[in-house]
Design a protein around this ligand. Structure first.
Ligand code: ATP
Length: 458
């Protein structure tokens, strides 16, 4: 049963250089194994929309649960909410999105396609990529194009109101600030967090899920006194970097990039991106922003409701400033897949594909594999017990080597093999994904044994 690998498990910088990962390889693995595939695939897909399959949804749920645990459950000074996707349309006037959430666009008069004016440098014309750069096409002047997706509310055309699918999750945190602060009995400084869908009519969705039109954000808005904004900015920058390290990202895959003053969004006083080294280059996965008092001041002005607070001790009345941490769940899930992917040569000359996820993030925690179909009963009993605690998978089809390979390919950290000795000695063999080492473990202590390893380091 032994199938040792001759290489170490960490996908370090040197290894990535020797075996660069082609995005096509990952995209096809994701579709074939049920992580991520095009939405409405049977109709040819819809650009910028993706569906997460049985393994993808587990990966994403584990990522979101870890974020929630770090950002909400483990802290006294952050509380969570889950707000509606559609807010009162005035929200988006107050936030500046109706007026300013746009990208500069150019249209091609020949092929009728639209491109982002700031992203055409070095791009080829999709109609004639061999012959022409986009800059040599017959382009219109650049115009601003609003990225918000609209919808209509109301039963009749005359009475309908234009509403927007939120382009970011944070605005409901600002409009609900007073309600949440009072009901949760929180005092500034404190934060409000939420995870949810956001929608942007991206003109050039690309790089798999990296730039989608529907995606998920995990955002936390931390409200503090203006004199403490630098302190909290530094605090959250460190916390968030550590989060990405804890996900298992090697230092060589992470960097931070402060925004230059001319890059700052309309609301921001300072901003720093956390970037990941994707196969298509360094790209943002998270933004840390000092939003000043822009949001609360604007919502006060547009709603007529006072959102300032009073310091109990000094009686000072002030509008809190906001430090925001905003991470894309889909981009981080993509980064997890990229960082985890590895082709390895085994000692017996065979190759295997492995996803080296941190066990806590792996979609399946343990696969229960009876050596023979005759051992189904005791194996099913183990599955029944373990599935109460975490996601397990039962597989009795094919030879054991092939079953190991299937689990390696989807990143399952443990395979539990039930053999003909198990009935006598009350033990099973636990094979570890990365080292491929095997240990005999008593069935009685199996759940505790796996649980300790699953939580290690987090
Ligand atoms: P970009 O410059 O790449 O368009 P952004 O600066 O507009 O991103 P933010 O508005 O700061 O992004 O959003 C916070 C996070 O939400 C980003 O770091 C990213 O992870 C995620 N995100 C933003 N737009 C998209 C998108 N179109 N698809 C997937 N994730 C996105």
């Amino acid at each position: 049963m032994s199938d040792k690998a001759s290489v170490s498990s960490a996908r370090d910088a040197e290894d990535r250089e020797r075996h660069p990962l082609a995005m096509e390889t990952l995209v096809s693995l994701c579709a074939a194994r049920g992580f991520i595939y095009p939405s409405s695939e049977i109709y040819g897909g819809l650009a910028g929309f993706w569906d997460y399959g049985p393994l993808g949804v587990e990966l994403k749920n584990n990522l979101k649960a870890f974020w929630w645990r770090r950002m909400v459950r483990e802290r006294d000074d952050v509380v969570g909410i889950d707000s509606a996707i559609i807010s009162h349309p005035r929200t988006w006037e107050a936030s500046g999105h109706v007026e300013g959430f746009s990208d500069p666009m150019v249209d091609c008069r020949t092929c009728k396609r639209r491109f982002r004016a700031d992203q055409i440098e070095g791009e080829r014309c999709p109609e004639a990529p061999k012959k022409r750069a986009i800059t040599d096409c017959d382009l219109t002047e650049s115009r601003e194009f609003n990225l918000m997706l609209r919808t209509e509310l109301g039963a009749s055309v005359d009475e309908s109101t234009t509403a927007y699918l939120r382009p970011e999750t944070c605005q409901a945190i600002f409009s609900g600030f007073k309600r949440v602060r009072e009901s949760a009995r929180q005092k500034v400084p404190f934060g409000i967090a939420q995870i949810g869908k956001a929608f942007r009519n991206e003109i050039t969705p690309r790089n798999f899920t990296f730039r989608s039109r529907e995606f998920e954000q995990a955002e936390m808005e931390f409200f503090c006194h203006p004199s403490e904004s630098e302190k909290w900015f530094a605090h959250w920058r460190e916390e968030r970097l550590q989060f990405h390290r804890d996900l298992g990202f090697d230092e060589s895959l992470l960097r931070t990039r402060p925004h230059a003053p001319d890059e700052l969004a309309h609301y921001a006083r300072a901003a720093e991106d956390i970037e990941f080294l994707f196969p298509f280059g360094w790209q943002e996965i998270e933004g840390i922003h000092d939003r000043g008092d822009w949001d609360l001041t604007r919502h006060t002005a547009y709603s007529g409701k006072e959102l300032a607070v009073t310091n109990e001790h000094t009686k000072e009345r002030f509008t809190p400033v906001v430090i925001e941490t905003s991470v894309g769940i889909d981009r981080t899930a993509l980064a997890l897949l990229i960082a985890a992917y590895r082709r390895e040569r085994l000692e017996n000359g065979e190759e295997r594909t492995v996803l080296h996820f941190h066990p806590a993030l792996a979609p399946i925690k343990a696969a229960i594999l009876p050596l023979s179909k005759k051992l189904a009963e005791p194996a099913r009993a183990i599955q029944k017990n373990l599935r109460k605690h975490f996601n397990v998978f039962y597989d009795e089809a094919g030879n054991i080597g092939r079953r190991y390979r299937r689990q390696d390919e989807v990143g399952t950290p443990f395979c539990v093999t039930v053999d003909f000795d198990s009935g006598d000695d009350g033990c099973v063999t636990v094979r570890e994904r990365d080292t491929m080492e095997q240990k005999r473990i008593p069935i009685e202590g199996l759940e505790r044994y796996l649980r300790d390893l699953l939580e290690e380091g987090l």
